[in-house]
Design a protein around this ligand. Structure first.
Ligand code: AMP
Length: 407
C-alpha cells in the first residue's frame, strides 16, 4: 500500500519520501488508521517490521500545526538504546513537521539530567523514556504531564520481563485519565494480555506473525561440545569472508568477554557489548558496528531486542537462549526489511530440549548440520530423544524474579 492512501498530511508524506520509504509495511498499513482514529491499540509485531514508524507517523501527523509547547506523547521503552533509536527516527521525520522530542534515560552525565528536566518541566512534544529514569524525574515533582494525549508502551513484553510492571503502573498514575494508549509487544504471553486488559479501553487488536522468525532467515544448528564452540566459530567466520556484519549472542556478560578475547587472539577482531560497558562505550561500539567499522559484535540478550542495525549478514547463537522467545529476537537481528540473513545456533547436548522448545514455538524444524572437518568428534542428534520441557516462566515476588514451572 502506498503511504498516500493512509490519510497522512502533505508535510508528513514529504518526510516519508525524504526518508526513502516507498510503500507502507503491513504493520503500518494496519496500525496507522487506528491511531489516527484515536482508538486504543494492542499490536503484536516483531522488531524489524517497521513498528516504530507505525506509531511515530500518525502521532507526528496529529502534531502538525500544534502551537502549544507541552508534552503530547510519552513513549516508554525498556532500554536506552531503543529510546535513542526511536528518537532518531522521530528526528528524521520531524524535520518537516517541526515536532520536538527528547530521549530520557539514565547513565549519562549531569548535563543530560538537566536537559531532560527542562524538557519534562517546560514541555517538548514527544518524550521517549526508560521507566527508571522517568520515575526519578517524576518523584521530584516538576514533571508536567497534564496535556498528554498519547501513551505508547513499546516492547511491552520485554519491559515486563525486566520487572518494570510496578514502575509502569506508577508512571500511568501521573497521566491525565483520558489519553490514547498504544501497546506494542513482540510476543503475547498472558501477562501482556492482563496488562492490556488493565490499561487499554476497547483496544483494537493487531497481530502479525506472533513469535515467528522472519521467513528470509536461513536457520541452521550444530550439535557440539562446549569446548569446540570457538573453533567452529572460527571456521564459520573464515568461510564467510564476504560478510561484513556479524553478531554473536551469548547469555552472560562473562562469556561476552571470553569470546571476544578468543576471537581477537585468533585473528578475528571483534568487540563486545553488554551492560558491563558504560553508556559512552556502548554507544561507541554500536556506532562502530552500524558503520561496519566493527565486523563482529558479541552481545548479551539485552542487546538482542530493538537495536536497529541494518544488513546484518549472520547471527550466531553461541548458546541456546534460555527464554525461547529470545531466539526469535536474536535471529530477528538479521534479514531485516527485505534482506536475507543467516542464523546459526550452537547446541550442546544439554541444550537439545531447549532447541526442541524453540522449534515448537516457531512451528518449524531447524536444519541440523554436521560441523566441518577439523572440529573433531561431535555428539549425535537423536530425533525424538528429548521431549520439550514445560515452558518456564518468570514471576516476580517481593521484588525478586523466580523461575516457575508451569505444569
Ligand atoms: P522497526 O521495526 O521499527 O525497528 O523498523 C525497522 C527498519 O525499517 C527501520 O530501519 C526503519 O527505518 C525501516 N522502515 C520502516 N518503515 C519502512 C518502510 N515503509 N519502508 C522501508 N523501510 C522502512
Amino acid at each position: 500500500m502506498k503511504f498516500t492512501e493512509l490519510k497522512l498530511g502533505e508535510k508528513l508524506l514529504e518526510a516519508i519520501s525524504y526518508m526513502g520509504f516507498e510503500n507502507a509495511m503491513p504493520i503500518q498499513e494496519k496500525v496507522i488508521p487506528i491511531i489516527l482514529e484515536n482508538k486504543d491499540l494492542i499490536a503484536c509485531s516483531q522488531t524489524g517490521s517497521g513498528k516504530t514508524a507505525a506509531f511515530v507517523l500518525p502521532i507526528l501527523n496529529k502534531l502538525i500545526g500544534k502551537k502549544e509547547v507541552n508534552v503530547d506523547t510519552l513513549v516508554i521503552v525498556p532500554t536506552r538504546e531503543l529510546a535513542m533509536q526511536i528518537e532518531q527516527e522521530i528526528q528524521g521525520f520531524s524535520y518537516f513537521v517541526s515536532a520536538g522530542s527528547i530521549a530520557v534515560y539514565g547513565g549519562g552525565d549531569g548535563g543530560d539530567w538537566d536537559l531532560q528536566k527542562d524538557a519534562l518541566k517546560n514541555g517538548t512534544d514527544i518524550i521517549i523514556a526508560t521507566p527508571g529514569r522517568l520515575l526519578s524525574h517524576l518523584k521530584l515533582g516538576y514533571v508536567n504531564f497534564k496535556n498528554i494525549k498519547h501513551l505508547i508502551l513499546d516492547e511491552a513484553d520485554r519491559m515486563l520481563d525486566m520487572g518494570f510492571i510496578d514502575d509502569i503502573d506508577t508512571i500511568i498514575s501521573y497521566l491525565p485519565k483520558k489519553h490514547q494508549t498504544l501497546m506494542f509487544s513482540a510476543t503475547m504471553p498472558k501477562s501482556i494480555r492482563q496488562l492490556a486488559h488493565k490499561i487499554l479501553h476497547n483496544p483494537v487488536e493487531i497481530s502479525l506473525a506472533i513469535s515467528k522468525p522472519v521467513e528470509s532467515v536461513d536457520q541452521k544448528a550444530y550439535l557440539i561440545f562446549e569446548a569446540q564452540k570457538v573453533n567452529l566459530i572460527k571456521h564459520l567466520l573464515a568461510e564467510r569472508k564476504n560478510y561484513d556484519s556479524i553478531i554473536i549472542f551469548t547469555s552472560t556478560k562473562k562469556k561476552v568477554s571470553d569470546i571476544v578475547g578468543s576471537l581477537n587472539k585468533y585473528g578475528f577482531p571483534s568487540r563486545g557489548i553488554s551492560s558491563n560497558l558504560d553508556q559512552d562505550s556502548r554507544e561507541e561500539v554500536l556506532m562502530g558496528f552500524r558503520s561496519k567499522r566493527i565486523r563482529i559484535l558479541v552481545a548479551t540478550d539485552v542487546m538482542s531486542r530493538g537495536i536497529d542495525v541494518k544488513e546484518i549478514n549472520m547471527v550466531i547463537n553461541y548458546d541456546v537462549p534460555n527464554d525461547t522467545e529470545d531466539y526469535v529476537h536474536r535471529i530477528g537481528r538479521t534479514a531485516r526489511v527485505n534482506a536475507k540473513g543467516e542464523a546459526i545456533t550452537l547446541v550442546t547436548q544439554k541444550e537439545v530440549p531447549k532447541i526442541r522448545e524453540i522449534e515448537q514455538l516457531i512451528e518449524a524444524s531447524i536444519p541440523k548440520l554436521q560441523p566441518p572437518d577439523g572440529i573433531g568428534q561431535v555428539p549425535k542428534w537423536k530425533e525424538g530423544e528429548h521431549k520439550p520441557k514445560n515452558k518456564r516462566r518468570f514471576y516476580k515476588t517481593k521484588g525478586k524474579f523466580k523461575k516457575k514451572n508451569n505444569k
